[in-house]
Design a protein around this ligand. Structure first.
Ligand code: KG4
Ligand code: ZN
Length: 341
């Protein structure tokens, strides 16, 4: 007996649908919205309109690529939150309609829970080693930066989190100050590969425990640019790769310092990374180096599963399906959703 899950993701500016069968990914289709680039950030109203246009074609493509008929779908899993309300509403309404018309079960998914469980995504014939419980997850996205202890798929405890900006936000805001396009994280990453990471020093936070802060770094970056631009108006163009490399190194150091502390304090050496910033090559290299140095077992999701995608919603839906956790037709999207389950 097969268990087939259709995953739907519409929390921000990517419309995505995926099919998971028996825990294996069959298809993952993403329609990214280019319309926001010219505004330097996501425009919520335009995002929800684009989701309305994209949702049926992406679901159609995901089912076709998986060679699955909609009648074969046992459950439709969708992102309930957190995210932009208008965007979430499109995916939620679609999922409810799909469930109603096909008789499939309905499963709400927390977007952050799904980013973490993206580490369990795999394809048939390309099996990989999966995280063993308990493990620590560094969740680094555009909106969140957290260290989480996972004792089971549904038993998680946040032991550290940012008290201001998220790591992705720090990348994006500093990139914007350099006049780079949105989202800035991947652009900084590209330039950083050609720069000297020791060229500039930016301030690192000194806060207790496993919490993070990135607002001081953002200010220190801004002040450096402001002062240097007075001396040389071409400062940014002339030093772009070094600025990007130094910024990236600082963010990676901040992220890994607390992760090392958390590993020592908990005694957990099984470590996973998740979220959009998990695509960062500096962070990936640092994690690989730490794996050797600290004898950690490190899990890095494939690039295509780091930023927003429906495959991670589908796999989370699959684990909920196995546990019999379903939602009713009265479920509504939630822009803020602090509880992960
Ligand atoms: O997880 P995600 O797709 O969306 C949220 O749920 O927030 O993460 C998006 C964030 C953005 O801030 C983006 O700049 C960052 O992930 N990002 C990166 C890279 N790729 C995406 N940051 C640094 N380096 C990258 N290669
Ligand atoms: Zn995300």
């Amino acid at each position: 007996m097969n268990t087939t899950i259709l995953g739907i993701e519409t929390s921000c500016d990517d419309s995505s649908a995926a099919v998971i069968r028996n825990g294996y990914l069959l298809s993952n289709v993403i329609a990214s919205q280019e319309v926001h680039r010219q505004y330097g950030g996501v425009v919520p109203e335009l995002a929800s309109r684009a989701h309305q246009k994209n949702i049926i074609p992406v679901v159609d493509a995901a089912l076709r690529q998986a060679d699955i008929r909609k009648e074969e779908v046992d459950a439709v899993a969708f992102t309930r939150g957190p995210g932009l309300l208008g965007s979430l509403l499109v995916g939620t309404s679609f999922a409810k309609g799909f469930a109603l018309s096909t008789g499939a079960k309905l499963i709400e998914v927390n977007h952050l829970h799904a980013h973490i469980l993206s580490n369990f995504l795999q394809e048939e014939g390309k099996e990989k080693s999966l995280p063993q419980f308990p493990f620590l997850c560094l969740l680094v996205s555009g909106g969140h930066t957290q260290i989480i202890v996972l004792r089971d798929y549904f038993d998680m405890e946040i032991i550290g989190q940012t008290i201001d900006d998220a790591a992705g936000e720090a990348f994006d805001k500093c990139a914007k100050q350099m006049g780079l396009s949105y989202p800035g994280g991947p652009v900084v990453d590209r330039h950083a590969s050609e720069g000297n990471s020791a060229a500039f020093r930016f301030s690192k936070p000194k806060i207790a425990g496993f919490d993070y802060s990135f607002s001081g770094l953002k200010t220190s970056f801004l002040y450096t640019l402001r002062d240097k631009l007075i001396e040389n108006p071409q400062f940014v163009e002339k030093n772009l790769t070094d600025l990007c490399a130094s910024l990236q190194q600082t963010i990676v150091d901040i992220l890994t310092d607390k992760l090392v502390k958390a590993s020592v304090a908990t005694g957990i050496t099984e470590i996973a990374v998740a979220g959009g910033v998990a695509a960062n090559s500096g962070l990936r290299d640092a994690m690989t180096a730490l794996a050797k140095e600290k004898e950690w077992t490190v899990h890095l999701p494939e690039f295509r599963f780091t930023t927003d995608n429906a495959a991670m919603i589908g796999i989370t839906g699959y684990f909920k399906y196995l546990k019999g956790i379903f939602s009713g037709q009265d479920v509504t999207p939630a822009a803020r959703l602090e509880r992960a389950l």
